[in-house]
Design a protein around this ligand. Structure first.
Ligand code: PXG
Length: 288
C-alpha cells in the first residue's frame, strides 16, 4: 500500500510520523473519512470544506491548497489501484516540543490513506442493529465544538467501549441536558408516523455528510424531515430508527436499551432511503 505523506507517496512500512508530533502527543489535529465508490470520490468537496472548517477552528494552517488536496486524494486512490474503498485524510499539528504550545510546531503533516473499508458485518444490514445508550455524554460546544472533526476521539472511544461492554456495536450518546446527540461515529434519524426527525447539530452532533445526503434524499422522496430535539423516549417509541455515517452508510436500529424499535425489523422508510442512497453514491462524486 502507498501512503501519501507530506507530498510524497511512501510504502506503508515507511509511512511514519515523529513521536514529537502533537497529533500523537495531544490529539492536536483533524481528520476526514471519505468513501470511494466505483472510481468516484463521494462528496469530496463537502469533506474538504469540513476539513478546512475544522482547521480554521483550531488555527491550523493546512500546508497545501484545497485543489492540491483534492488531487492528492484522487492520486492516492489511483496509486493503490482502488475503485472502491475508504480514504482517511489526517492533518496533524506537526512536530513540536513536549509542551502544549501549538505555535512551536512549524509544519503540519498531511497523511492520506486509501484502503478497503470494514463495514459493520453484512448481516446487520438486513437484520438491523441492537444498540444501547451509554453513560458517557457527548462533549458539548462549551468544551469542544462537536462540529470539529478533531483527533480527540477519546469521548467517543469511551462510549464505544461502554457499548461493547453491553454487547452492542454502537451507542447512543446524549448531551449534558439528556437529549440525543449522535452515536460514536454515526448520526441518528428516527421515523415517526411517516415523518423523519434528526437532532440538530447544536445538540452535540458532528455535521455528518451522510446525514446531509439523507436530508436531501428525504426532500427528493417527499418525506417530511425536521431537525428536532430527541430523547431516548422518542427512539424507544419510533416506528423506525437508522444511523448514517461514511463508514456505516445507512443502517437500521431495531432495538435500543432492550426496547424493540417499531416492528423490530428494518422498516420500509429506512429501506427506501437506503436504496436511494446506494443509487446516489454510484452517480455522484469526483472521478479519480
Ligand atoms: N458523528 C461522528 C462523531 C463521526 O465521527 C459521523 C457522525 C458521521 O459523519 P459522516 O460525515 O461520515 O456522515 C462521524 C463519522 C467509524 C468512524 O469507524 C466514523 C467516523 C470517523 C472515524 C471512524 O465508525 N466519522
Amino acid at each position: 500500500m502507498k501512503i501519501y505523506l507530506d507530498g510524497k507517496f511512501v510504502d506503508e512500512a515507511d509511512a511514519k510520523i515523529s513521536v514529537f508530533d502533537h497529533g500523537l502527543l495531544y490529539g492536536d489535529g483533524i481528520f476526514e473519512g471519505i468513501r470511494l465508490y466505483q472510481g468516484n470520490v463521494f462528496r469530496l468537496e463537502a469533506h474538504l470544506e469540513r476539513l478546512w472548517y475544522s482547521a480554521k477552528s483550531i488555527l491550523l494552517n493546512i500546508p497545501i491548497s484545497r485543489p492540491e488536496m483534492a488531487k492528492a486524494v484522487c492520486e492516492t486512490c489511483r496509486q493503490n489501484g482502488l475503485r472502491d474503498g475508504y480514504i482517511r485524510l489526517v492533518v496533524t499539528r506537526g512536530v513540536g516540543d513536549l509542551g502544549l504550545s501549538p505555535w512551536l510546531c512549524p509544519k503540519p503533516s498531511v497523511i492520506i490513506i486509501a484502503d478497503k473499508i470494514a463495514l459493520y458485518p453484512p448481516e446487520y444490514y438486513t437484520t438491523g442493529l441492537a444498540i444501547v445508550t451509554v453513560p458517557t455524554r457527548r462533549v458539548g460546544p462549551a468544551a469542544l465544538p462537536p462540529a470539529i472533526k478533531s483527533l480527540n476521539y477519546l469521548n467517543n472511544v469511551l462510549a464505544k467501549l461502554e457499548a461493547r461492554q453491553a454487547g452492542a456495536l454502537e451507542a447512543i450518546m446524549l448531551n449534558e441536558a439528556g437529549f440525543v446527540a449522535e452515536c460514536t461515529g454515526d448520526n441518528v434519524f428516527i421515523v415517526h408516523k411517516g415523518r423523519l426527525f434528526t437532532p440538530a447539530a447544536q445538540q452535540g452532533a458532528l455535521k455528518g455528510i451522510t446525514r446531509e445526503t439523507i436530508m436531501e434524499i428525504a426532500g427528493s422522496l417527499g418525506l417530511p424531515l425536521e431537525e428536532h430535539d430527541l430523547t431516548r423516549y422518542d427512539i424507544w417509541n419510533a416506528d423506525e430508527c437508522f444511523l448514517t455515517g461514511t463508514g456505516a452508510e445507512v443502517i437500521a436500529v431495531v432495538k435500543l436499551d432492550g426496547r424493540e424499535v417499531g416492528t423490530g425489523k428494518p422498516g420500509p422508510i429506512t429501506n427506501r432511503v437506503l436504496a436511494e442512497f446506494h443509487k446516489r453514491v454510484l452517480v455522484e462524486g469526483t472521478r479519480i
